[in-house]
Design a protein around this ligand. Structure first.
Ligand code: G6P
Length: 609
């Protein structure tokens, strides 16, 4: 959701900005723009649509500049058009601003400025208010003007500011929206996320909330909210820039689907000690801590929420403690019953999802211990948690989450086994039975991927379907939810998922001849039940594709097609069961000519409510 980039240094700024923005495309956007210095004034160029439209235009302009800011906008206030695109400028074009987030009191500020100064606003955005506000406070020092402006602003923002009267400085601020600073030699950068600057430097400052940053080409100064200089340690990025590249795959989404064996392997193996016991390093949960827990909340959004549902199942099964998994946007307004004996688990790939972050803060305020399962190192959720379980998925660029999901599942299995062992709720036999099987998952995920042809062929046959139903029982319901979400996200197919036992209470009315139903049938103890549900929809004309563990030949007699996954423990089937569904959604999306990696209307990192 909105990407910001800024550059100051010896290089030509425009190619750096465009390159940076291209690495942030995954965040989702509908227009793009840059502002830079040319002949002592600020020039702004903005275009609706893809970044390539903007970069083609800029390529033909031969711009020479060493400082600039760039933005990809995901519309919140006002439709996606050139006027609303960022950067925004003030009345005399001396200030240009890029912004990710929402200024909640922008209408009040706007009315005040119109009344007081007769300000002429050109766009419908909240961001334009920031540019004017800084302009009004400007009195020879852009840092001071920005500080005065942010005093008046409420909401969430990461902003980058340049001023025509001080062409050697960029000012940036972070409050609840991600911001990093890249530190180079004779050049410095700001960005929403690390991939944007990785082509140029691996030295990064992770900016904290309420911090203001001043960049010149040779220096970066970070100030806290009291204006005091902060001494921040450089964070060295260790992952390879190529992990944020497509490496020969047609799309990031496909590449990330195929990375899952490696990512699951990393997530699991990094948590095993030499004796093959789970070792959570910094996470110290004692037997006493676990005995004191009266309730566990797992809170997340989207795909991470589905991982949380599987997490609930695993924790309850092993730890026998009640777990509530809820979507973050509901949790935060539900006056949840949380106290110091609550364990709050936040799950988030990006670690920047605003709803998840706000839910975490609410739980923290009420005294809960916060444990997070996060992919992005140093992200807001990670930083605000008491303990962090990092998944090792590496950068996930495709908007539809795939490898983050399977690593989140692996994280939950490890967490529940670890807590089960510490609290002596699980026998050694059971512990090693599950753990040893978990260690086979990377190979089994690979085996599942090796049968991708079946999903591909299915997509070729079914891509014109207007709707698809997913159903399952027990743990398979969550695989159905996640499979259905993948479909909506990238295939734009009207799909939904239900617990198969609920069919007869309404949904079966929608089943008619050739309705496509995907039945997840991976649970041994519920196998006969799902067979009956398949028969129910078959009797009404549905075309049924089943996902089942190898060996369950019986299902071939009732379903039209079966996609097999390798045999494993029922508890672990969600890791394998989702793979054919990710592939199916991918190939349908491809067949329909959709923008697989950047599906319409969606953003990778949702930093607004
Ligand atoms: C967005 C993404 C989803 C993701 C959700 C939660 O909606 O498009 O793919 O599952 O946010 O994101 P998080 O980063 O918190 O896991």
């Amino acid at each position: 959701m909105c990407g910001i980039v800024g550059y100051i240094g010896d290089k030509q700024a425009i190619p750096v900005l465009i390159n940076g923005l291209s690495k942030l495309e995954y965040r989702g956007y509908d227009s793009a723009g840059v502002a830079y210095f040319s002949e002592n004034k600020i020039v702004v160029n903005k275009e609706k649509g893809r970044l390539s439209v903007l970069s083609n235009k800029l390529n033909g302009m031969d711009i020479k500049t060493n400082i600039g800011i760039g933005h990809t906008r995901w519309a919140t206030h006002g439709e996606p058009n050139v006027l609303n695109a960022h950067p925004h400028i003030n009345g005399d074009s001396s200030i240009a601003v890029i912004h990710n987030g929402i200024i909640e009191n922008y209408l009040k500020l706007k009315e005040w400025m119109i009344e007081e100064y007769g300000t002429d606003f050109k766009s419908e955005t909240d961001t334009e208010v920031i540019a004017h506000l800084i302009g009004y406070f400007y009195d020879g020092d852009i840092l001071e003007a920005v500080n005065k402006a942010i005093d008046k602003m409420e909401g969430a923002y990461a902003i980058g500011v340049i001023c025509s009267k001080e062409p050697d400085r960029i000012i940036a601020v972070r409050k609840d929206s991600p911001l990093i600073v890249g530190v180079g030699e004779g050049e410095n950068f700001i960005a929403s996320d690390i991939p944007a600057i990785l082509n140029y430097t691996r030295n990064v400052y992770l900016i904290e909330n309420d911090e203001v940053v001043e960049l010149t080409k040779n220096e970066v100064k970070i100030y806290d909210k009291f204006g005091q200089i902060v001494n921040r340690e450089i964070y060295k990025v260790t992952w390879d820039a190529s992990s944020a590249e497509k490496e020969g795959f047609e799309h990031f989404t496909l590449k990330e689907i195929y990375e899952q064996p490696k990512c699951v392997e990393e997530t699991v193996s990094r948590r095993l000690d030499n004796d093959d016991y789970i070792n959570l390093d910094g996470i110290k949960i004692s037997k006493k801590d676990i005995e004191n827990i009266n309730k566990i909340y797992i809170i997340a959004c989207g795909t991470a929420y589905h991982a949380g549902l599987v997490g609930k199942y695993a924790i309850e099964k092993i730890l026998k403690i009640p777990v509530v998994t809820e979507v973050a946007s509901e949790f935060r307004y539900s006056d949840p019953i949380v106290d110091e004996n609550t364990l709050f688990i936040a799950v988030s790939q990006s670690g920047e999802t605003l709803d998840t972050l706000a839910a975490l803060r609410e739980a923290k305020r009420k005294g809960a211990r916060i444990l997070s399962v996060v992919n992005v190192v140093g992200s807001s959720v990670a930083r605000e948690s008491d303990d962090v379980f990092y998944t090792w998925a590496g950068p996930e660029i495709g908007v539809a989450s795939t490898k983050a999901y399977t690593t989140q599942l692996a994280a939950f299995y490890l967490l529940s086994l670890y807590m089960g062992k510490v609290s002596e709720k699980i026998s050694d036999d059971e512990y090693f039975k599950i753990l040893n099987e978990l260690k086979t998952m990377p190979n089994k995920v690979k085996e599942t991927l090796d049968s991708s042809e079946v999903s591909k062929q299915l997509a070729a046959e079914q891509f014109n379907n207007e709707s698809v139903f997913f159903m399952g029982r027990g743990l398979d319901v969550y695989t159905a939810y996640e499979g259905s979400l993948k479909f909506k996200e990238i295939s734009y197919v009207n799909s939904f998922a239900i617990p198969a036992g609920e069919l007869k209470h309404g949904t079966i009315a929608l089943i008619e001849k050739n309705t496509l139903v995907i039945a997840i049938a991976n649970q041994e103890n519920l196998f006969q039940k799902i067979l009956s549900n398949i028969k129910e929809v078959k009797a009404r004309g549905a075309y049924v594709v089943a996902i089942a563990q190898e060996g369950h030949k019986e299902i071939e007699k009732v379903a039209d097609k079966v996609i097999w996954i390798p045999k494993t423990l029922d508890l672990l089937t969600p890791i394998l069961g989702i793979i054919p569904l990710q592939l199916f959604a991918y190939y349908v999306s491809l067949a329909k000519g959709n923008d697989v990696d950047k599906p319409r209307n969606l953003a990778k990192s949702v930093t607004v409510e």
